[in-house]
Design a binder for this molecule. Structure first.
Ligand SMILES: [Fe+2]
Ligand SMILES: [Fe+2]
Length: 349
């Protein structure tokens, strides 16, 4: 029987873990911490998280805390053969077994692979709605597991399920976003075959400049997304069959991007990616620092790309670069020019 102090200490640990789970964006790190917390709050020798591989109809050890370490993480538990973890996954009911060797469902493959006999086991399903992600197991506890261990591990598993669901949705959104961008860019390249690879090249160069400037977090991400979407206005104008000047594409693109909540902050980068440091650009003829830094980066690389696409058949790259930088003074942020030179040199190295 646990003392009041022990119970309070364990639930305090659980609360701390909840805060980690609520803010975590890294699946691997999250699972590692949940596993370590499971071992700690149940006072088990080992703890594992097994996830359900639907395609192979197996459970696999995704994370383990304890002496068996990485050895366990190579083991898979087939669901078409008896196993306690498999039973917990399918029944969605937790189990305490304090005499594992005599349980007919015990899957001996794990003990064989680790040479470490499982004596006692507490297994809890990780369930969110109608989905069961897998099972969290606490393994071997001197004196065996009890109902208080079950209660606290069930609370942890229920919070883990919510965190896993959130990360899964985030992962799906990221995947959807990435592929949607690729489809849009492919459509643009179909309309303008001469611009093949332009968006990827520009984004690569612009983000390299941003890195050298020390931009991080959201500022860096905005340059990255800005690179991907800078010419989206061209695609929208073409697909709407609206006969408008090509000079309108930053405005058309920015107006659409501004309506997408997660991209609102890159709208100015899209709108101003053809502005010039000396005020000779378009659409708003902004000057100097009136142009946001991210847009100044995109404008520099966009100008380089457009000029190179015009001259690619006329002169060698080295000669073009010399010419570009000789004529860039005044048009672009002077602080960015030497950085861009270094980026280009590193790409050719
Ligand atoms: Fe462009
Ligand atoms: Fe453009």
């Amino acid at each position: 029987m646990q003392s009041i102090e022990e119970r309070v200490s364990k639930f305090t640990r659980l609360l701390e873990m909840e805060q980690v789970m609520a803010t975590s964006t890294d699946m691997d790190e999250l699972l590692g911490r949940i596993t370590a917390c499971s071992q700690e709050i149940t006072e088990a020798d080992e703890a594992s998280i097994l996830l359900h591989d639907h395609e192979r109809n197996e459970l696999f050890f995704r994370k383990h805390a304890g002496d068996m370490g990485q050895l366990v993480e190579t083991i898979r538990v087939p669901l078409d053969r008896p196993s306690i973890a498999g039973h917990v996954l399918l029944s969605r009911e937790s189990e305490i077994i304090n005499d594992v060797p005599s349980d007919p469902r015990h899957y001996k493959g794990v003990d064989k692979a680790t040479s470490n006999p499982t004596v006692s086991l507490l297994a809890v399903p990780i369930v969110w709605g109608d989905r069961c992600f897998g099972v969290v197991e606490a393994i071997n506890k001197p004196g065996g597991f009890n109902e208080q261990d079950r209660e606290i591990l069930e609370v942890l598993a229920s919070h883990a399920a919510v965190a896993l669901q959130n990360l899964t949705v985030m992962d799906q959104l990221q995947n959807y976003f990435q592929h949607s961008v690729e489809i849009l860019m492919s459509a643009l390249e179909c309309l303008e075959p001469e611009s093949e690879g332009h968006v990827i090249r520009l984004t690569r160069m612009a983000t390299a400049i941003a890195r050298k400037l020390g931009l991080e977090g959201e500022d860096f991400q905005n340059v990255w997304y800005g690179g991907y979407f800078h010419d989206i206005g061209k695609l929208l104008m073409r697909s709407a069959f609206v006969p408008r000047s090509d000079r309108m594409h930053p405005v058309v693109g920015a107006n659409v991007i501004a309506k997408i909540k997660i991209l609102t902050k890159i709208a100015p980068l899209v709108r101003y990616h053809h502005e010039r440091w000396d005020g000779s650009g378009f659409p708003d003829r902004l000057k100097g620092n009136q142009i946001p830094l991210g847009a100044r980066i995109l404008a520099l690389v966009e100008d380089y790309e457009e000029q190179w696409m015009d001259r690619i058949k006329a002169i060698p790259l080295a000669e073009f670069q010399e010419e570009f930088f000789a004529n860039a003074g005044g048009k672009h942020d002077p602080a960015l020019l030497p950085i861009f030179k270094k980026v280009l040199a590193s790409f050719q190295a």
